[in-house]
Design a protein around this ligand. Structure first.
Ligand code: SAM
Length: 338
């Protein structure tokens, strides 16, 4: 008989280290650069460990919380998790550690695509200010959709990247110049589904096609981190540039979360570029991006190249890796941030 998995707390040692040692220095830098506290959009879960870790740099939190993951939203489901998250954020607001917050009841995909949430009062997500930190801490695979009911009650599918597209669209339409932000994306390190198969069979990018040759004959589990990394870089580059943001990808972190689930943590620095008749050219060529090694977190909180996931063509830099130092060496930093 298979034993049930222990309850998930979203607070593994690796996750804590990613929040405190990898993400926080970037947020501190962004906070100092913008000279103001940050506006967060994301999935903090009931305890909001990420929000608490980053509190020194946050001002406002817009949170999305589904009721009964991964089941489709339904009015019969308990609102327990939504209410728990509201209570956590209300406490922080009362302690004056946040100036305000809002919690949207439902999957971020359905709330953004339909335009409103599942709360009894039906809340609309409308963005007035530039979001400076997105923490899209999904539990599932990159291409697994959620099913929701649209305004007419018709069942629809929504994908994680549909939500990212909507977020970037809203971000673009905020009337402010020189937008800068950080987007963290966490995904389960496995893949399935037609979108992914189509991408593998026809990546529509010569560099990616070449890159895929490294993995023929490898088991699905073994090649998953590389293929998902390619998928995410490719798709996010398209969404970012489509909305006139240039994406700077920092190294992807492979780690084991609760119950040893394999996860990938992506860091993308977004910078607004001038509107023009041609979409912006990404700062790093796809070939070079793909050749950056996947990294991991060691128990002492040091980030280093994951030797098991190193490819022969990887542009390996020895030594420990620090997020902010890496960012400061990028073309985006020297062109737009310095
Ligand atoms: C991984 S946890 C978040 C952990 C948190 N960011 C942290 O660092 O402590 C994700 C939370 O969002 C919920 N969730 C997962 N996918 C979601 C989605 N697409 N929309 C809204 N909530 C989602 C999960 O049920 C869970 O409560």
């Amino acid at each position: 008989m298979e034993l049930p998995e222990p309850p998930v707390k979203f607070n593994s040692t690796n996750k804590q280290l990613i929040r405190s040692e990898w993400a926080k220095p970037l947020l501190a830098y962004l906070h100092d650069d913008l000279q103001k506290k940050l506006i967060y959009v994301g999935l903090p879960d009931t305890e909001a460990h990420d929000v608490k870790e980053w509190l020194d740099y946050l001002d406002v939190v817009y949170a999305f919380q589904c009721r009964d993951y991964p089941k489709p939203s339904s009015p019969d489901q308990s609102r327990k998790n939504v209410i728990a998250l509201e209570n956590t954020l209300r406490t922080l607001e009362r302690q004056k550690l946040l100036s305000t917050y809002d919690v949207y009841d439902g999957y971020i995909e359905e709330v953004l695509l339909r335009g409103y949430d599942n709360s009894p009062t039906t809340k609309e997500f409308s963005q007035q200010e530039t979001v400076t930190i997105y923490n899209l801490d999904f539990c599932g695979q990159v291409t697994s959709p959620i099913v929701y009911k649209d305004q007419k009650g018709i069942s629809r599918k929504a994908f994680k990247f549909n939500a990212v597209d909507k977020l970037l669209y809203s971000q673009k339409n905020v009337d402010q110049a020189n937008k800068k932000f950080v987007l963290f994306l966490t995904l389960h390190c496995s893949y399935d589904g037609k979108e992914f198969t189509d991408f593998l069979n026809n990546p529509q990018d010569r560099d990616i096609e070449e890159y895929f040759k490294n993995f023929s004959g490898m088991s699905k589990g073994k090649k998953a981190p590389y293929l998902i990394k390619a998928f995410v870089y490719h798709q996010l580059t398209r969404f970012f540039t489509h909305h006139f943001f240039t994406p700077e990808f920092l190294p992807t972190i492979y780690y084991k979360g609760d119950n040893d689930h394999p996860l990938l943590f992506f860091t993308v620095i977004g910078t607004q570029v001038e509107n023009s008749s041609a979409l912006p050219i990404p700062p790093v060529k796809m070939k070079n991006l793909l050749n950056t090694p996947i990294i991991s977190v060691k128990k002492d909180g040091i980030f280093a190249v994951n030797e098991a996931l190193k490819l022969s063509g990887d542009s390996v830099k020895n030594g420990d890796l620090e997020s902010l130092k890496i960012f400061k060496k990028t073309k985006t930093f020297t062109t737009f941030w310095k």
